[in-house]
Design a binder for this molecule. Structure first.
Ligand SMILES: [Zn+2]
Length: 277
């Protein structure tokens, strides 16, 4: 009798241990998945006003006056992480508004079947620029050579759809001031990449207006427009970070209003390349 109850206790303790480890395992798994998801969503949400492309000549723009005497205002809409199922609709809206934009494309698994849209983007006169093939921070920021290998792969993947020889602009995933890269490649990796980018003849650009359309809070179209208006306030040159992914349908919904708002404020739309020229 005594032995049996002891066995019962052992069984109970064992079952409890099993349950506890299952719960713990689940929690660890969830935390890991959340960390992974955040990493994928990670973009520097703070507008980066030091986007350091010397050729931008911000000061010239700030003082620049058009023929009418009004201050020249320029808006570069930039779409990261595409192409996606939303690309054709984005192109249609941009065409309706006679606006040119820049697409920093990727070749992640989710993009692969939409890659032929890259030809449509280029064909419509928009700029194709590089972002990342894998967009996997732990891979691309492991070392500078890993980063350039990923860029090389992206160029190869784009070959059938765009004239890759003419592509000289890139945007670092997470932005040039991101710190998530330090985890994988050390604290100097972004500085090293910027130097190497210049040596390789690349020009890179961040943004100073953030739609925050790819954040975990999944803002609706109205909120996306508000986020943009808040950052754009008082800026004669706006480089707007938007996303072209399967998950950012609200960005497409907001796009006509975004275009109308910038037009109403006297901004002229152009690609990053045109703006730098
Ligand atoms: Zn990105």
């Amino acid at each position: 009798m005594r032995r049996e109850s002891q066995n019962d206790r052992v069984r109970r303790v064992f079952a409890l241990c099993l349950l506890a480890s299952a719960v713990l395992g689940g929690v660890v798994g969830l935390v890991w998945a959340e960390a992974k998801r955040r990493e994928n969503l990670y973009e520097t949400s703070t507008p980066d006003t030091s986007f350091a492309v010397r050729a931008l000549a911000m000061s010239e723009l700030e003082g620049g006056e058009g023929e009418s005497g009004a201050t020249m205002r320029i808006c570069c809409l930039t779409f990261d992480d595409g192409p996606s199922r939303n690309t054709p609709e984005i192109l249609r809206i941009l065409a309706d508004h006679h606006a040119k934009a820049t697409f920093f494309v990727t070749a992640q698994d989710a993009n692969r079947k939409y890659l032929p849209y890259v030809a449509d983007i280029a064909g419509a006169g928009h700029q194709i620029a590089l972002h990342s093939a894998s967009h996997n921070y732990s891979e691309i920021y492991r070392s500078t050579s890993a980063f350039w290998l990923d860029i090389k792969e992206l160029r190869q993947v784009l070959q059938p759809y765009a004239d890759v020889e003419t592509i000289h602009w890139l945007r670092f995933p997470g932005g040039s001031t991101n710190t998530v890269s330090h985890r994988y490649g050390g604290s100097s990796i972004m500085q090293d990449l910027k130097i190497e980018a210049e040596e390789k003849g690349y020009r890179w650009i961040d943004w100073n207006v953030c739609a925050e359309d790819a954040t975990a809070s999944h803002p609706n179209a109205a909120q996306i427009l508000k986020n943009i208006q808040k950052d754009a306030e008082g800026q004669p040159l706006c480089v707007v970070l938007l996303h072209d992914t399967n998950a950012t349908g609200q960005t497409v919904k907001a796009l006509p209003d975004i275009l109308d708002w910038f037009s109403g404020q006297g901004y002229r739309f152009c690609t990053v390349e045109e703006m730098a020229e």
